[in-house]
Write a protein that binds this ligand. Structure first.
Ligand code: GLU
Length: 139
């Protein structure tokens, strides 16, 4: 079962808080993990297959932002791989999404988005990835 941990506010915080939050959710079980933080007007992501306890904290020490999302994945759609690890992004990288569960109608949504924008925007095999593209479409 996946885990989600996030923060949002006006104060810039270190993403180590998200890493700690995800570690607290490890008991739920997962195969890979990822975080995204809004930092200086850009979204920066780190993703990996395996245990978050293997992440080197010093790699994140300089990473601050006023909002961040983190996810531990339990794959249902697509292999256990870095490209399928959450967060998933819109084509222009301005929307980042983590998600728990299954999107039953993702194929219908994906077909519609491919007709409109082409298949090249999709970077993963997951059902989740339709969501950032759909939000971007509405935006
Ligand atoms: N269905 C999504 C995936 O396979 C989310 C799985 C989860 O809940 O972690 O990436």
């Amino acid at each position: 079962m996946c885990g989600i941990f996030s923060y949002a506010g006006s104060e810039s915080k270190n993403v180590l808080k998200v890493i700690k939050g995800l570690r607290d959710l490890e008991y739920r079980g997962y195969d890979s993990w990822g975080i995204a933080v809004e930092s200086g007007g850009k979204i920066i992501a780190k993703k990996a297959v395996g245990k978050i306890s293997e992440a080197r904290e010093e790699d994140f020490k300089e990473l601050f932002g006023s909002s961040a999302i983190g996810h531990t994945r339990w794959a249902t759609h697509g292999s256990v791989s870095e490209k399928n690890t959450h967060p998933h992004f819109s084509a222009d990288n301005t929307v980042a999404v983590v998600h728990n569960g299954i999107i039953e109608n993702y194929e219908t949504l994906k077909d519609g988005l491919i007709k409109k924008y082409g298949a090249g925007q999709f970077r993963s095999e997951t059902d989740t990835e339709v969501i950032p593209h759909l939000i971007s479409d509405f935006l």
